[in-house]
Design a protein around this ligand. Structure first.
Ligand code: RTP
Ligand code: MG
Length: 141
């Protein structure tokens, strides 16, 4: 097993529901350490830049509008197999298809308001972590 880092975002819907602590407990109970965190209200340029890979997709404008609709909580998670482990904890993109007990099954309302983001590959994780945190503001332990 390799120690990895991944970027997680608690999206505006879940922040508004005051379930940051419940979601953090799931990360910690699964062995994912929170090694950096901050609350951010994304500008349009930031939301578009973060999700640039989806620029041509039909849902892009809705996705950007949603991600700007309120503050988000952004964190770096570190642990064994962190990228896949976080995606497992999150559940499927569409909460209707998410396995029971996953974050999206328990806290998401729709495919748009789906509670959390997680990096989907090592390349994405490196890029997404750098988008929000300089190395000097991460605290491995
Ligand atoms: P995320 O990037 O937010 O962690 O979500 P994901 O990997 O599970 O899904 P992705 O394909 O990267 O899509 C990013 C976000 O766009 C919205 N989406 N809407 N209407 C649609 O068909 C559709 N597909 C994706 C979702 O909110 C998804 O989280
Ligand atoms: Mg994605």
């Amino acid at each position: 097993m390799a120690i990895e880092r991944t970027l997680s975002i608690i999206k505006p819907d879940a922040v508004a529901k005051d379930v940051i602590g419940q979601i953090y407990s799931r990360f910690e109970n699964a062995g994912l350490k929170i090694i950096a965190a901050r609350m951010v209200k994304l500008s349009r340029a930031e939301a578009e830049g973060f999700y640039a890979e989806h620029r041509e997709r039909p849902f892009f404008k809705d996705l950007v509008d949603f991600m700007m609709s309120g503050p988000v909580m952004v964190q770096v998670l570190e642990g064994d197999n962190a990228i896949a482990k976080n995606r497992e904890l999150m559940g499927a993109t569409n909460p209707k298809e998410a396995d029971k007990g996953t974050i999206r099954a328990d806290f998401a309302d729709s495919i748009d308001a789906n509670a959390v983001h997680g990096s989907d590959s090592a390349t994405a994780a490196t890029k997404e972590i750098a988008f929000f945190f300089p190395e000097t503001q991460t605290y491995s332990r």
